[in-house]
Structures are given as C-alpha cells and as structure tokens.
Ligand binder design. Structure first.
Ligand SMILES: *Cc1c(COP(=O)(O)O)cnc(C)c1O
Length: 436
C-alpha cells in the first residue's frame, strides 16, 4: 500500500507542478489524490477534501460521474482519436452542431484545440487573418481589459493583464493596449455603475482613435476570474458589442471560465443578448474530464477563409484537435444539461447558496461579498502577506480545497455539491476567517 507521503515526495522530485514555486513544497508537499467521487477528493491516507474550486474551475458534475464515465467507456470501444485533418467523426460533428445551437445565434463554425490558452491563440490569429484578407492588414493589435486573463502561452499572455504571470516574460510580449475594466474591483473603484460608465467611455474614445490598428477587443464576459472574481453588469457587453461592430473591430468573448452555466445562464453572453465574433470555450466543456477547447466563429469569419487558395485557409492545428474521447465527454455533459434541466435547477441552487453564505457576507472582516450565478466571492479585510497560501493551508486542514486570489476567497464547487456539503463549506470557511 503506497501512502500519500511517498507519492508527494516522488512528485516533488519528478513532477514540475503548474503555477507553483516548487521550493514551497518543502514545507507543504503536494497532496496525492488516490480517487475522487462527486465533490470530494480522497488521498492515500484516507483523508478527504471538498473540491470547492471545481479543480481549477473545470468540474461541473462531480468527479467519477457515472454518466460521463459510461459515455467515455462506450467511446473507448469505438474510437479514441483520429487526426481531424482529412477525417471526421460522429462526436466532433454532433458536438459542433450542439454547441452552435446553444451559443448566441450566428456562431456556426467550431474550431478545436486542447486548452484554453490555445483557444485564445486561435481567436487572436483568426481575427488578424480575417482583417488581412479584407485588406486591413494594419489591424495588428488587440484591445484588452485591465485585470483580464486569457491564458499563459506567449500570445495569450500578451493580452492578459496579471502582473505576476506577465512580468518575467515582458520582453517577449507584444504591447497591446489595456483599457479600463468595467468591474469595479479590477478598476479599484467603489461604485459598480461608475466603473461600467468609465470603461465604456474609455472604450469609445479608444476605438474612435485606434480602430484602424485594432483587430479585436478581448473580454471575459461578466466575471474576470483571475482578477479575483471581478464582476460587472451585462450592459458593458451590450454597448461594447455596439461600439466594436460600429468601428469594424471584432469582439472575442473568452467564456473559458464563464461558459457552461457558471454565471447562471448557459453562456454569460446570453445575459447581454450579444453575439461575439468569437466565443472561446474550454474548462467545463468536458465537465472537467479531458482537455478540450473550442472557438466558435461566425459565418462571416468562416467565409473569409473559404477560397481556392490553400494559404487563405486557417492553417492552424494541434495534434489532438477534436479528440474523440474529449468530444464524447463534452456530449455527455450537454446531455446532463438537457436531461436534468440543469440551468433551471441551478437558478434555485444559486439562491440557496447565496442564502446559506449570508453569515460570511455579514462577517465583520468580510468585504465585497458578491455572487454571479454559481460563483461566490468575497474579500477578507486586513489580509496579511502570504494570506492566500496560509488560508489555503488552513482550508486543507479543514478538508476544504480553497485557493484564494490575493485576499479574495471564492467558491466555485461542482454544481452537484449537496446542500449539506455547501453548509459545511460555509461553516468551516467562517472558522478560518474567525481564527485570523
Ligand atoms: C483558465 C482560463 C484560460 C486559460 O485556459 P487554460 O486551459 O488554462 O490554458 C483562459 N481564459 C480564461 C478566462 C480562463 O479562466
């Protein structure tokens, strides 16, 4: 029987963990997970942990979900993978049709990759290439928002605005203009409406002056996750869509985190009733099972690449583009959404979670308690240096997986977390806040 300790030590020597200063694992080794079920993870020593962050925002319907497992097992017996150039298969066709049907009208063409950052890269390249093919080759820049996060490959990092991830690589990154965020939190403002107005005024002025050099505006609709769950009103998206369309600039909606019901609607864009030119999806798309990402593009974009010349096509690929197993997991996820009427059920669940979390909202050390659908976040006042790390460690000691961003603590559990487990999450989180 191998214990947690053995795997943790071997992992420290052999595995280079993501988003981690490996030296910190001298004090707090990684936790080796032996198995998982529903919202709970179990280690080799029999301890359990409530996955209150959905394993980095990917898990929707719990670990070891029997329906997704069954779909994958069936798919394994048929086809695991075939290259998508020159070939196709039923899961990728069905998934593309169903995603288009669920997305804002007009997003009828699905291009696949494996991770969120790759979806960002695809949208950026497609946008630039589209304009070039329209004779507007000078559109070589992308407008991005303060606090925005779109992934960490070199192109995606260039449109991301998180200093900790960017600064080391600054000389490698193209300089793209940063516009004010409509989220009060990311703009360090107190008034939500004022933040939206200021961001819109800045966007309008920017586009009037720089539309000729700007291919696209890239945004995270409604919630800027990595900025600390910075939330803003749909009216920013409504007006941003009008302004970008009016100035001949694309709108890229990065719904890698917000998609698949996180904000209460299936896609966050629905709450503004807009159709972006590109919709980037990943994370929840496979329910947290397999890496898959997708860019849905409009027919207008698609047609600009449709030509006799090879080089006018979108010559971008990843080895695992449209992987059959990942697509089948995504189909199982869509089946669950449909068969269980998940969005409607989540509406009640979000209300319950909000009510159950009221003792946190009312805590004297808690500021800016906020909720957008299935995401709850709040800031802890007078947080000490190293707050996020020590809070996470105390959470683990109480069987909770929490990863604060700065002084922001957030809950993004799988939708299937029981009310009893959510109550436990609230009560133990309060215990950590109280002890500080
Ligand atoms: C996570 C995330 C990404 C990057 O996705 P990866 O799969 O980690 O590359 C991009 N944009 C948003 C909004 C995200 O939350």
């Amino acid at each position: 029987m191998t214990s947690d300790g053995d795997w943790a030590l071997r992992s420290r020597n052999a595995v280079w963990h993501p988003c981690t200063q490996m030296k910190q694992h001298e004090q707090a080794p990684p936790i080796a997970i032996a198995r998982a079920a529903g919202a709970w993870l179990y280690d080799y020593d029999g301890r359990r942990y409530l996955d209150a962050v959905g394993s980095w925002w990917v898990n929707l319907f719990g670990h070891a979900n029997p329906r997704i497992n069954a779909a994958l097992t069936a798919q394994l017996a048929e086809l695991e993978h075939v290259m998508l150039a020159g070939f196709t298969h039923r899961p990728v066709v069905e998934l593309s049709e169903r995603l288009s049907a669920l997305a804002p009208a007009g997003l009828s063409h699905a291009f696949y990759a494996s991770d969120g950052a790759s979806a960002t890269e695809i949208a950026l390249k497609m946008s630039f290439h589209y304009w070039k093919q329209q004779g507007a080759a000078g559109k070589t820049h992308y407008a991005r928002l303060a606090g925005g996060y779109h992934g960490e490959t070199v192109g995606a990092l260039a449109v991301t605005d998180v200093a900790l991830f960017r600064d080391a690589y600054a000389p490698l990154l193209r300089a793209h203009p940063v516009l004010p965020s409509p989220a009060a939190r990311a703009g360090h403002r107190d008034d939500a409406e004022g933040a939206v107005d200021a961001a819109l005024a800045a966007l309008e002025a920017f586009l009037a002056q720089h539309h000729a050099s700007t291919a696209a505006l890239i945004v995270e609709p409604l919630v800027q996750g990595a900025a600390g769950m910075a939330m803003y009103a749909p009216r920013y998206l409504v007006r941003a869509r009008e302004l970008t369309a009016g100035h001949g600039v694309h709108l890229i909606a990065d719904e890698i985190m917000t998609g698949f019901g996180r904000t209460g609607s299936f896609f966050a864009c629905e709450q503004a009733a807009i159709t972006p030119d590109f919709l980037c999806l990943s994370k929840g798309i496979t329910g947290g099972y397999l890496p898959l990402s997708c860019v849905l593009a409009t027919d207008d974009v698609y047609r600009a690449f449709y030509a006799d010349e090879l080089a006018q096509g979108f010559l971008h690929s990843h080895s695992y583009t449209g992987n059959a197993l990942a697509c089948r997991a995504a189909l199982a996820v869509l089946d669950i959404f449909r068969d269980d009427d998940v969005i409607a059920a989540n509406r009640d669940k979000a209300l319950r979670w909000g009510r159950m979390a009221q003792p946190i909202a009312a805590h004297p050390r808690v500021r800016n308690f906020r909720q957008c659908g299935m995401i709850i976040a709040f800031d802890v006042e007078a947080a000490e240096a190293g707050f996020a790390r020590s809070f996470a460690a105390e959470a683990l000691a109480r069987e909770l997986v929490l990863r604060p961003i700065g002084n922001t603590v957030y809950f993004m559990p799988p939708y299937v977390v029981s009310d009893a487990d959510f109550a436990l999450l609230v009560e133990r989180t309060l215990g950590i806040i109280d002890r500080r």
